[in-house]
Ligand binder design. Structure first.
Ligand SMILES: [Zn+2]
Length: 656
């Protein structure tokens, strides 16, 4: 017996054997049981998710000798005949190879005739989006008034290419990508049944590579069987699928994390030498980072996943913060987008590597890691019971608080030790004038100051309380401090310095003063909280600065390689110009020689011409409407194709 591909052997024969599409099988089974059958179905979804398999099962069930039944029996003559492809009433058309209008015209001719053995003639049109516009129009005619004995099942991976006129006449079912767990389960079943020796890790790698398609998963298993010597291992699967092994990814990420771009590029060189594609490397890196995020942040997530038991993976995960991973993923997504349009994929990947290992780009990430440490510290402090505080502990706290806050803490202590109530009253007398300052330089800080309460001061230093943490952070900035001192000391020298805290913090300090317990320690603890909040606002600002203005990134690249940046900038300009030119270009579209249209590249319709001779009577009105739609789609297709062609000419200037 000749060898049959696994995906054929294990193609589901009845609804109950279908995996991963319960939402669809249940609805169809109910319809079948209640004999509520529609004449046109549209199955859309990713490749290999069971669209044609379900279409064939449906064709059997609807014609099964035991019908009406919710599932086919798989035993009667009809079920068997359809499964073996021996019954001419179930017609499969592959639109990918039959995209001509003739095939559909032929279908229109024959559909009238009653089925020979079955109750229904079932037309399964696979990859229906590949039909030409005129073929679509012909199909539409049939779908409008289908004979009672005909059922159409259209399957497509690209639903957006299906004309609205067709969509509106079909019952639509959206197939899901099959989950990794379902794929893994099925792969285990098949390899057990076929007595294939394969490691669990290899099965996982196949599932990941199949990206939700069961057919791809089984084809990959097939290939692995022919490739592997004895037991199929993960590295066998990596080799045939072109995916990157976990070990290679860990090496690469370690080099990135250690900010060693040349080592990272060496690893990439090796991967490419071993036949890995750049876009694959980028996708695998993104997936790997996603796995690290899940592992770090979702306790017990998919704990069977063998990667999560890999010691190197666990150690690596512990040393990378979430923030850093977000930055990496964002850099890699940019690479992924850019390489779609160019032949110079390597240059873009190298740029991405440099970005990920560049200290400027990572500055805000580092800020955020500091914040993370502070948060942890505060969390620990909050968890710790009051009574367990000892005299040594404040020092531990202090280590993580940056110098500014140590001095803030010292300063609050200093001021509260020698309060000067007279001086405070003197200052308060002028407090309400700050909001009215007109001096351009001082206006802003005057406004900020007017929102504060001067709660305590000694001879020359003040404690200012604000309701909003954000203003606290602003007013503590050195440049604002200078301006405030300038404002307050305009007429005479009144102030040396101040410290700004939130009301919440101040209230707690006061409470503790009144209660007199653990005074110093708890004040310090609150300062740590302030430090944390301060770090948040600093981070937000850095983020706005970094991501808000595109040019910042280019300035950094400029420092690295001015010529390169000039080239990139020039290319960007040229791409924009080309895009603009395209938008102003006229494109034509035509359908069935009846309608001609002219559109702009911006997809604005300029002109529609209808050939009068082609119209026999007013009855053709609907046909003409559909033909106009077809002609427009044709024109828009031309726009898209030209855009793709023009844009793909832009090549990233070589950098290395
Ligand atoms: Zn049957």
């Amino acid at each position: 017996m000749s060898y049959q591909a696994l995906y054929r052997t294990y193609r589901p024969q009845s609804f109950k054997e279908v995996s991963g599409q319960e939402h669809i099988t249940r609805t169809l089974m109910n319809a079948l049981k209640n004999d509520k059958i529609s004449h046109a179905y549209l199955f859309s979804g990713p490749r290999g998710t069971g669209k044609t398999s379900i279409a064939k099962i449906f064709a059997k069930a609807v014609n099964c000798m035991k019908a009406p039944t919710s599932d086919c029996c798989c035993e009667c003559e009809i079920c068997k005949g359809i499964a073996e492809g021996k019954i001419g009433d179930v017609i499969e058309i592959d639109a990918a190879s039959n995209n001509g209008v003739d095939e559909i015209r032929d279908l229109r001719e024959r559909v009238k005739y009653v089925p020979s053995v079955c109750k229904y003639k079932v037309y399964i049109i696979d990859e229906v989006h590949m039909l030409s516009t005129s073929a679509f129009n012909a199909l539409l005619k049939t779908l409008e008034e289908p004979p009672k004995h005909a059922i159409f099942i259209l399957a497509t991976t690209e639903i957006h290419k299906i004309p609205a006129t067709i969509l509106s006449r079909c019952q639509r079912y959206d197939f899901r990508a099959i989950s990794n767990e379902d794929l893994i389960k099925r792969l285990h079943q098949v390899s057990d049944a076929e007595k294939i020796k394969i490691t669990d890790e290899a099965i996982e790698v196949i599932a990941v590579n199949a990206e939700g398609g069961l057919r791809d998963a089984l084809s990959l298993l097939d290939q692995a069987i022919s490739y592997a010597n004895d037991e199929i291992t993960a590295s066998d699967v990596h080799r045939i699928s072109g995916s990157v092994t976990s070990d290679d990814l860990i090496d690469l990420i370690t080099a990135i994390k250690e900010m060693n771009p040349s080592k990272a590029m060496d690893i990439i060189d090796d991967l490419i030498k071993n036949g890995k594609e750049i876009s694959r490397i980028v996708t695998d890196l993104i997936t790997f980072f996603k796995n690290i995020l899940l592992f770090k942040n979702v306790p017990n997530y998919n704990s069977d996943f063998s990667l999560y038991k890999n010691e190197r993976f666990i150690n690596l995960s512990k040393t990378i913060s979430n923030q850093r991973i977000y930055a990496y993923i964002s850099a890699l997504s940019e690479v992924q987008n850019n390489i779609k349009w160019t032949n110079q994929k390597r240059a873009y990947l190298d740029l991405g590597i440099i970005k990920m290992t560049d200290s400027f780009e990572l500055k805000n990430v580092n800020d955020n890691e500091l914040l993370y440490k502070l948060e942890k510290r505060v969390e620990d402090l909050e968890k710790r019971p009051q009574s367990s505080f000892t005299a040594e502990q404040p020092k531990v706290v202090k280590q993580d608080v940056c110098e500014t806050y140590e001095s803030a803490y010292d300063m609050i202590k200093k001021i509260m030790a020698h309060p000067n109530e007279d001086k405070r009253n003197l200052m308060l007398r002028g407090w309400n004038t700050f909001s009215k300052i007109t001096d351009i330089e001082l206006k802003q800080v005057g406004k900020m100051l007017s929102q504060s309460e001067l709660v305590c001061m000694n001879d020359y230093d003040m404690i200012l309380v604000f309701d909003e943490q954000y203003i606290c952070g602003q007013i503590q900035k050195p440049e604002n401090k200078e301006l405030i001192k300038k404002l307050l000391n305009r007429k005479q020298h009144l102030i040396n310095d101040y410290v700004a805290i939130t009301r919440e913090c101040w209230n707690k300090i006061n409470d503790e003063l009144k209660n007199g317990n653990n005074k110093e320690l708890n004040i310090e603890e609150k300062i740590v909280i302030e430090a944390k909040e301060e770090a948040i606002s600093e981070f937000e600002e850095a983020g706005i600065k970094l991501f808000g203005k595109e040019n910042i990134k280019f300035e950094e690249w400029w420092n690295m390689n001015p010529n390169m940046v000039k080239k990139i900038q020039r290319m960007q300009r040229e791409m924009m110009e080309a895009q603009k030119k395209l938008e102003e270009t006229e494109f034509t579209g035509t359908a069935a020689g009846v309608v001609d249209v002219v559109v702009l590249g911006s997809k604005e319709v300029l002109k529609v011409t209808i050939n009068k001779d082609a119209i026999d009577s007013i009855d053709d009105l609907e046909m003409i409407e559909d033909t106009i739609v077809a002609a427009l789609n044709n024109a828009f297709n031309n726009v898209d194709e030209e855009t793709q062609r023009v844009m793909s000419q832009f090549q990233m200037p070589g950098m290395f």
